[in-house]
Design a protein around this ligand. Sequence first.
Ligand code: 13P
Length: 259
Amino acid sequence: MKRIYLGTNLKMYKTNRETVTYLKELTEKTAALRCPGLELFVIPSFTALPEAVEAAEGKIKIGAQNMCWEDAGEYTGEISPRMLKTIGIDLIEIGHSERRHKFGETNFDVNRKVLAALRHGFTPLLCIGETEADKTYGVTTECLREQLKIGLYGVTGEQARRVWVAYEPVWAIGVGGKPATPEYANRSQQVIKDTLAELFPDNGGEIPVLYGGSVNSRNATGLIEQPAIDGLFIGRAAWEAESFAAIIKQVLDAGKRNY
Ligand code: 13P
């Protein structure tokens, strides 16, 4: 059975109480939609994680937005894999565009986090994407390949089975961003899939590659219908449970695959 991946990154928007309310509502509104092939996930702020896990009741996967690569040490303000482990989550978002571009995370930092996540048995959701300048100068392919090759450096074929990748063009994310056309997104996603197959000849082709960047109810179907898009990673359009549930329904109804 094919799987479909639909999730949201709540960024720095919801308090603990808001996160719990949102998750309860989302659990309720998606009760009739959930099916074995659907990987539904929500990534709240660190502070809300324990309550989020409880509110999701195992029906929605909960992830963290970031993680330090060290288990412990003099890293004020950082959160270690050991701490996240005790919360009972298994998904860690790594290298989101905002981490890279607002907090200066490099591909090498991202790689250390990916390796740490795998070492601790988490699923790393590695986020990559080209900037507007990369696109203008025609180096999107080079950028994506570099982010993958460095970000996944040292990952074994066995570990690769647990990796998820999200393609989020930086110019498409957030307020002021505009979604990539389905054709543009599909081309980049295919570059990513080809690179993963090259890096992990045995199973790279099975790594799910999600698209993110201004996904909404108007473009979700067109995007998910693309052959190289295995799921959608949504920001703003998913922060009301009702609208996220509507997108989920729409995507499942598009029926590209037998979920
Ligand atoms: P938007 O959907 O708001 O553009 O955000 C996407 C995103 O950053 C998901 O990680």
